[in-house]
Design a protein around this ligand. Structure first.
Ligand SMILES: Nc1nc2c(c(=O)[nH]1)N[C@H]1C(S)=C(S)[C@@H](COP(=O)(O)O)O[C@H]1N2
Ligand SMILES: [Mo]
Length: 349
């Protein structure tokens, strides 16, 4: 008797359906841009040296067999697709990435200049592939051949078809689907990170982000990691659980907003207005808080520096605070924060 690999429930992320056996739908663009240029792959941006490989050079590299499950954000999944390709990380190593590069932007050879992106910090865990063969045959053009990105552990919109260029950047650039359809920029199917903001009208969100105006709006759970949102107006906005990690937010206005449990790690928060904001449980580690104004803000259980009990893997530098940071009075901080956090802030007074 044939033993099943594992029960379906362990393999199917929440609210996905298994496509018919052997069926692999075509989604999004159906063909690459037409050009006579031979296929190649370039890595540029924050690298010591831009590198370009011809398709022939890529195909001559040692390859590995990959068997993987695909999960499309439109709710179909398919099990056990066979690919052959090379680890993306092996190419990035050759290109010698440089600080301050933090994101990889993937560009397709496509009429609409289709892109997607991944934080470099996630690549070690994701181990993305660049694939060339499916079932021992060159990948069909409609499925992204001859050069396709394959990102296991993310919805399939992160697996760019017709990969032609990878640019290493300091700031994230929202990909085509992430921006147009409001698909989640993290996209973990196991956490069902399908949409940026469940239940929000995406045209409205896009408009709000582009005009940097979230004032009075409800954006709980917003996932804006790495975005440039300097001078953002978020006065009186509801932003519980929002993720602004590594965002550029200089001069932003969060006055009277609710940022309970939001993540602002590694964000540039210079001269941000947090007056009268609800900052309960906010994580400010690694953030630059010079010139930020916390007058009348609630900082219950906020974090500015590593707290005993936090996982070592979750290590961030302490927040940058100096005498231009306007903190609430010492007694208030002592009441609201853990001894470690208030001690850290007290040393900055
Ligand atoms: N260049 C390009 N890559 C793309 C897309 C696209 O429209 N253009 N769509 C994405 C989406 S949303 C999905 S679900 C998969 C679909 O891949 P498939 O057509 O091979 O199933 O490709 C992803 N990569
Ligand atoms: Mo998709």
């Amino acid at each position: 008797m044939k033993i099943q690999n594992s029960p379906v429930s362990d393999r199917l992320p929440p609210n996905q359906q298994l496509a018919a056996p052997g069926k692999w739908p075509v989604v999004g663009e159906k063909a690459p841009a037409e050009t006579n240029q031979p296929w190649s792959l370039t890595i540029d941006g924050q690298v010591c040296q831009s590198l370009t490989w011809t398709l022939e050079q890529l195909l001559a590299m040692p390859m590995q067999e990959i068997t993987t499950d695909l999960h499309c954000v439109t709710r179909w999944s398919q099990y056990d697709l066979q690919f052959r390709g090379i680890p993306l990380l092996s190419l990035l190593e050759q290109a010698n990435l440089q600080a301050p590069g933090k994101f990889a932007i993937f560009h397709a050879r496509s009429d609409r200049n289709h892109t997607t992106s991944l934080p470099l910090a996630d690549l070690g865990e994701l181990k993305p592939w660049i694939v060339f063969y499916h079932n021992q045959q060159p990948i069909e053009s409609r499925h992204g051949g001859p050069i396709r990105l394959l990102v296991e552990g993310r919805y399939l919109y992160k697996s760019l078809k017709w990969l032609e260029r990878i640019t290493i950047t300091e700031e994230d650039q929202l990909g085509y689907w992430e921006g147009e359809a409001g698909y989640h920029n993290h996209g973990d199917p196991w956490k069902e990170e399908r949409y940026f903001l469940p239940g929000l009208n995406h045209a409205q969100l896009k408009q709000a982000m582009e005009s940097r105006d979230l004032a009075n709006g409800k954006f709980s759970g917003l996932h804006a990691e790495g975005m440039n949102l300097s001078q953002l107006n978020a006065e009186k906005a509801i932003l519980r659980n929002a993720n602004f990690d590594r965002c550029q937010l200089t001069g932003a206005n969060f006055s009277q907003s609710n940022l309970s449990n939001a993540k602002l790690r590694g964000a540039d928060l210079r001269n941000v207005n947090f007056t009268s904001a609800d900052l309960e449980g906010v994580d400010f580690r690694g953030a630059d808080l010079r010139g930020a104004d916390f007058t009348n803000a609630s900082l219950i259980a906020a974090t500015f520096t590593h707290q005993p009990g936090m996982e070592a893997a979750d290590e961030w530098n302490p927040a940058q605070i100096d005498n231009t940071t306007k903190l609430p009075p010492e007694e208030e901080l002592e009441e609201q924060l853990t001894p470690e956090q208030s001690h850290f802030l007290r040393c900055k007074f």
